[in-house]
Design a protein around this ligand. Structure first.
Ligand SMILES: Cc1cc2nc3c(=O)[nH]c(=O)nc-3n(C[C@H](O)[C@H](O)[C@H](O)COP(=O)(O)OP(=O)(O)OC[C@H]3O[C@@H](n4cnc5c(N)ncnc54)[C@H](O)[C@@H]3O)c2cc1C
Length: 481
């Protein structure tokens, strides 16, 4: 396997549990890929993902062999996210749906019934799509010969694949702030709500239907637990081992001229792999390939606490449409970006010194394409601080005692992510789900793919599902039952 990201770990666990001898080559000195960690001066930061949904996918992997040998604890968040607008409007999104609907009605004058109807529709979309689009390969005939798939295809108009997300949300809601709130879910897979299909309105069901969670030892503990499980199952890891070349002789794959195998699983971003180690085996992506958005993140040690903030906080842009035009058309970070602050020390006090907080401050950014990032980063930092100072009514600059950064270029170089995209390809087109890289190669026996750049897409839950789909394909092809 090339890469020890979460999808690679999930696939390795599943294959090893079936008796396959798995060797993982990872270019970094540790596992987890984008799910990294950085610590300094008593502050600990999860550098990549911060929002955790569908923990049962992790539990399922840890219990795969019936042994309770790896510890993993998490808790459900009562407050899913705090929302702030520049005009002083706030909204607290809670797991308690009655409270959530009241908050919309009281703070945004949005009728409760609109929220209830939207969430019911989100659940319906999930029920129709999950077992077809998320849990199976879209590129195997057997998927379409299944009665449940047939039923889902029959209901596809309800999934609104031919309608646009923002257009549908504007029709549903009275207050443009509610539209902005629900449009934001397109960013969960790095897409543009003004282009993406309304199918993405399924995403809120993950948060409000299943809940938002937080691992008690931080997000990185997901990767740590999966790594330990993989090791316990006999998976062998080679760190600091970038794969530069794969050769194929007959049906055997040779990694870096040394290790040979019948099966090769590529967990590294497939668009980068096609330009890198797999360049002689698979063609690089179509010209029209559009990566998802990237991000600029500041990790700030803050020497005070903020009682009005929670684990997840959003400070919305005043012109959301312009923000997405900046990102996807002009390939720049908007002058008034939506700012996301994640503070894990709200949940786990050990993540910051006493009386302090660890702020993960992120804005959406375009994928990297010859921008002058130094200039953009300096300008964006000023804009972020202006926004936060205004909304929180305090000069944050004075309280930053530590700073570390992650940029689209660094995401690309550290994790091999093509152009620094967070979630592989974007879902801005209605055919995106079908055009994403399949979990297997139809030309090369024994070649498989898993992770955020392949079906069913990016984000922790989907990456874990891609591990399942990929190992299912391998198990069937190699009769590993
Ligand atoms: C800043 C940020 C915020 C995010 N926020 C969220 C969130 O809140 N919730 C959520 O669910 N998801 C979020 N995501 C997305 C999520 O992190 C990813 O979808 C997921 O972690 C991707 O896992 P993966 O296994 O596909 O790939 P990766 O994590 O990219 O792993 C691929 C691995 O392959 C290795 N590799 C690459 N090239 C080579 C080579 N040539 N040889 C050997 N090894 C190689 C890399 O080093 C890496 O370890 C976020 C991502 C980022 C970066």
């Amino acid at each position: 396997m090339i890469g020890a990201g979460v999808a690679g770990l999930a696939t390795a666990i599943r294959l090893a549990s079936k008796g396959v001898e798995v060797t993982v080559f990872e270019q970094q000195s540790t596992y987890g890929g984008k799910m990294g960690v950085w610590q300094n001066k008593g502050y600990r930061f999860d550098t990549g993902p911060s929002l955790f949904t569908m923990p049962h996918y992790v539990k399922e992997l840890l219990a795969i062999d019936g042994k309770n040998d790896v510890n993993f604890e998490f808790k459900e968040l009562d407050i899913v996210c705090n929302y702030f607008w520049d005009d002083g409007t706030t909204l607290q999104a809670t797991k308690d749906l009655e409270k959530l609907q009241n908050a919309f009605e009281n703070n945004l004058n949005e009728p409760k019934t609109n929220i209830a109807a939207f969430l019911a529709d989100s659940k319906k979309k999930y029920d129709i799509t999950s077992h077809v689009f998320l849990e199976k390969s879209l590129h195997k005939l057997r998927t379409y010969l299944d009665w449940s798939t047939f039923r889902s295809i029959f209901k596809l108009p309800q999934v609104e694949i031919f309608k646009q997300m923002n257009y549908q949300n504007e029709r549903r809601f009275k207050n443009p702030k509610t539209v902005q709130f629900f449009n934001r879910y397109a960013t969960y897979n790095g897409s543009n709500p003004y282009l993406a299909p309304a199918t993405l309105n399924v995403i809120p069901h993950y948060e409000y239907g299943f809940g938002a969670f937080f691992p008690t030892k931080g997000i990185r503990s997901i990767a740590t637990s999966l790594y330990h499980k993989a090791v316990n199952l006999g998976v062998s890891f080679h760190f600091d081992s970038p794969v530069s070349q794969i050769h194929k002789y007959g049906n055997r794959y040779v990694v870096n001229g040394t290790q040979e195998s019948d099966i090769l699983v590529c967990n590294m971003d497939v668009a980068s792999a096609a330009r890198g180690p797999l360049r002689n085996i698979i063609p690089s992506k179509r010209k029209k390939y559009e990566p998802s958005s990237s991000a600029l993140i500041f990790y700030w040690g803050i020497n005070r606490t903020f009682p009005n903030l929670d684990v997840h906080n959003i400070f919305f842009s005043n012109n959301y449409k312009k923000e997405f035009t900046s990102i996807f058309t002009e390939k720049k970070i908007d002058d008034d970006p939506t700012v996301y602050i994640h503070i894990s020390s709200k949940c786990n006090a050990a993540d910051a010194p006493q009386g302090s907080e660890n702020w993960f401050v992120m804005v959406n950014a375009p994928y990297t394409e010859n921008q002058d990032w130094e200039v953009i980063i300096a300008k964006t930092k000023v804009r972020i601080l202006e926004k936060l100072n205004k909304v929180l009514g305090i000069d944050i600059t004075k309280h930053i005692v530590l700073e570390h950064k992650l940029t689209p270029e660094l995401i690309q170089s550290k994790t091999g992510s093509y152009k620094g995209a967070l979630y592989g390809s974007s879902s801005n087109s209605r055919m995106a789900a079908f055009l994403r890289q399949p979990n297997f190669s139809s030309k090369h026996k024994g070649l498989y793919f898993c992770g955020g750049s392949v079906h069913p897409g990016g984000g922790i839950p989907l990456c874990l599902l891609s591990g399942k789909i990929t190992s299912d394909c391998i198990q069937r092809d190699f009769k590993l039952y």
